[in-house]
Design a protein around this ligand. Structure first.
Ligand SMILES: *[C@@H]1O[C@H](CO)[C@@H](O)[C@H](O)[C@H]1NC(C)=O
Ligand SMILES: *[C@@H]1O[C@H](CO)[C@@H](O)[C@H](O)[C@H]1NC(C)=O
Length: 430
């Protein structure tokens, strides 16, 4: 229950904070790998290659895609989504230009006959329509509406909806207010996609149809991503700044443009505070989008940071740290107490020491916990994790459409030294 409230709160927060920047998705320059982990589904239109799409503006001045009747936007779903979904949220900003409804997006089986996951708008009847979450396992032969929510129709209005899907409920937010929560039964609880499924935007394929006419600003799911540095390290990381900078550099090299920071406490920071306050209720995912923790805050609830399932953590280079021999010890440095408070005497001289006689707290991931209190000597070579200090959504800047090279301001800034990056982080996290 606490988790649920946390997530609801998170969505409410996202709305308050994000309304001005909703829709500022990556139009260009974002690698598929990056998009995958944050599910910005509208990214498949990046290359401007689809007919029946016009570029327009949303009410906040951000770019939007206009879907005409002739639009046919699709992509193999694996380009943008993970193979399974467990708990997740979907945020969509749209404006209808017809009363006939349709699919805002869908993932459809290889025969194009069953919508596995999608958000559908019913036709408008008596000035209202239903927003439905369609959710169907791969072995079923008809699509199932898992939950439906009624909305009053207003012509030419921009609408922002969010669906939060938890193990046993679906919550619906409309224009940033929680409207309703429906109890659901999901069996099995994970949605596993057929590997040859197709992701459609603004329709559900040639057989099911359901073409949406109107504008889409964006479809995405905000998260905080976690990745490991490509090599294990002793407690000598050239200080917290050195570690943060390594996260930044390796993330960039991997095409992940998030603001990564080392998952370590330090002389000046408690571990729970390295993520921006507004983002602490967001789910924490690996670089493939699998949920590791339902919320950042939840890691520090004092129970030792239990993973919601067996940890699958990948390095920036894409190796699974739990199975790859690059990391002989499956332990993570953190230097923190269970509540996120820094452990002053046990963090390898503020991450400057690889001395056998000194120590820091680490956690053995084999125990499925991230904040286990195991003292390790600083010459041990352990896993270093990096986490996004803020969700990608927060720092997006308005950008021009059609310019194949432009990047958002914050993404295009390159930091040459650890000090430069530290100053940037400090500014961001104020
Ligand atoms: C919305 O769904 C409810 C329940 O399924 C149904 O009774 C109602 O007619 C639907 N409304 C529209 C506009 O389709
Ligand atoms: C919430 O959903 C239930 C069941 O679908 C419905 O009866 C109720 O009127 C809805 N509440 C609101 C505030 O829309």
């Amino acid at each position: 229950m606490r988790v649920l409230q946390g997530v609801m709160f998170a969505l409410a927060m996202i709305c308050t904070l994000l309304v001005p920047v909703l829709g500022s998705f990556e139009l260009v320059g974002q690698s598929i790998k990056d998009a995958l982990a944050e599910y910005t589904l509208t990214d498949i239109m990046n290359n401007n290659q689809f007919a029946g799409i016009e570029f327009g503006e949303a009410e906040d001045g951000f770019p939007a895609f206009r879907f005409l009747q002739t639009a046919d936007v699709k992509s193999p779903y694996r380009m943008l989504l993970p193979e399974k979904l467990y708990e997740f949220a979907i945020l969509i900003t749209f404006r209808q230009s017809s009363l006939k409804g349709g699919y805002l997006f869908s993932v459809v089986n290889p025969l194009d006959t069953v919508v596995q996951l999608g958000v559908h708008l019913s036709p408008v009847v008596k000035n209202s329509y239903n927003v439905s979450l369609v959710y169907t396992q791969a072995d079923q032969n008809t699509g199932r509406k898992l939950a439906s929510f009624g909305v009053a129709h207003a012509p030419d209005k921009w609408n922002s909806i969010a669906l939060q899907v938890l193990s046993d409920k679906v919550s619906f937010y409309y224009d940033c207010e929680l409207r309703n929560t429906t109890l659901v039964t999901r069996e099995p609880i994970e949605l596993v996609f057929d590997s040859a499924s197709t992701l459609y935007i603004g329709q559900a394929g040639s057989i099911i149809g359901g073409k949406f006419e109107g504008y889409l600003e964006k479809i995405n799911t905000p998260t905080l991503r976690v990745a490991a540095l490509n090599e294990p390290s002793t407690g000598d990381l050239q200080g917290i700044r050195g570690a943060d900078f390594a996260c930044y550099r390796q993330g960039r090299r991997a095409g992940l443009l998030g603001t990564f920071k080392a998952f370590l406490s330090s002389r000046v920071q408690n571990l729970d505070t390295i993520v921006r306050p507004a983002d602490r209720d967001l789910p924490v995912v690996n670089t493939r989008g699998d949920v590791l923790f339902n919320s950042w805050k939840g890691i520090f609830n004092g129970q030792g940071g239990f993973f919601s399932q067996a940890p699958r953590i990948y390095s920036f280079s894409g190796k699974n740290v739990m199975t790859d021999s690059t990391w002989p010890m499956k332990m993570v440095w953190h230097g923190s107490l269970p509540n996120g408070e820094r452990s002053m005497d046990t963090y390898c001289d503020a991450w400057h020491s690889g001395d056998h006689l000194k120590g820091s707290f680490a956690s053995n991931l084999d125990g499925h916990k991230l904040l286990e209190q195991k003292r390790q000597s600083c010459d041990s070579k352990l896993i270093i994790l990096c986490v996004e200090a803020l969700s990608q959504d927060r720092k997006r800047k308005k950008r021009e459409i059609g310019d194949g090279s432009s990047h958002g301001e914050s993404e295009s800034r390159e930091f040459k030294t650890a000090d430069e990056y530290a100053a940037h982080l400090e500014n961001l996290l104020l």
